[in-house]
Design a protein around this ligand. Sequence first.
Ligand SMILES: Nc1nc2c(ncn2[C@@H]2O[C@H](COP(=O)(O)OP(=O)(O)OP(=O)(O)O)[C@@H](O)[C@H]2O)c(=O)[nH]1
Ligand SMILES: [Mg+2]
Length: 205
Amino acid sequence: MFLLLFFRRNAFCMNITSADFFISASSLSGLPEESFPEIVFSGRSNVGKSSLLNSLTAKKGLAKTSSTPGKTKLVNYFLINRELYFVDLPGYGYASVSHEEKAHWGKLLSAYIEHRRSISLVILLIDSRHPGMASDRAMIDFLMHYERPFGIVLTKYDKLGQKERSALRRAMESFSSKAKFIVNYSSFSGMGRVQLLSHIEQFIR
Ligand SMILES: Nc1nc2c(ncn2[C@@H]2O[C@H](COP(=O)(O)OP(=O)(O)OP(=O)(O)O)[C@@H](O)[C@H]2O)c(=O)[nH]1
Ligand SMILES: [Mg+2]
């Protein structure tokens, strides 16, 4: 019985057999041709996007991580199983970035989300310790406005105690009708990985 349940849970979990850095772009004109479906990872600076990519692909150094916010400054493409892209976007909401730089990334981010036809799914990462921040809410409104399907990943879940986990569940109730899914995730322990890969699988077939 247990084995049956195990196989059922993993039946639709995509198997990542190859994950390779493909290209970095600093403007829309530098993006690759729209040959493959794109799974986009977006969220505030330092929320754990690059760590999540490494954990999902089980390749430690694939995306560069840092404890200093603002590490990822380019749109980074990773080719997965030679049939889809994972796209690591620069984080938003980083206070120490210059006004000009913020405006540049804001424009690039919105133009990319609005016009890129090959986006299959946006995965919005939210720090599980700070749900409901204004910039994340604005991003959700933006994605809904352009009718982009999106799921939410609550990062750094390992940092929460029992009480905080209950409070988080309540705080996320208002998002559950908007997002395609909500996954609690820890890149350190791998918690949520199988679940997230199963969700991604649904959007690339
Ligand atoms: N405890 C814990 N820390 C994490 C987790 N994921 C990421 N971190 C830490 O959070 C910091 C930021 O991680 P990154 O993956 O570089 O975050 P990012 O969103 O790519 O950051 P930028 O590229 O700067 O926007 C690093 O110090 C990571 O070690 C997690 O699941 N648990
Ligand atoms: Mg990063």
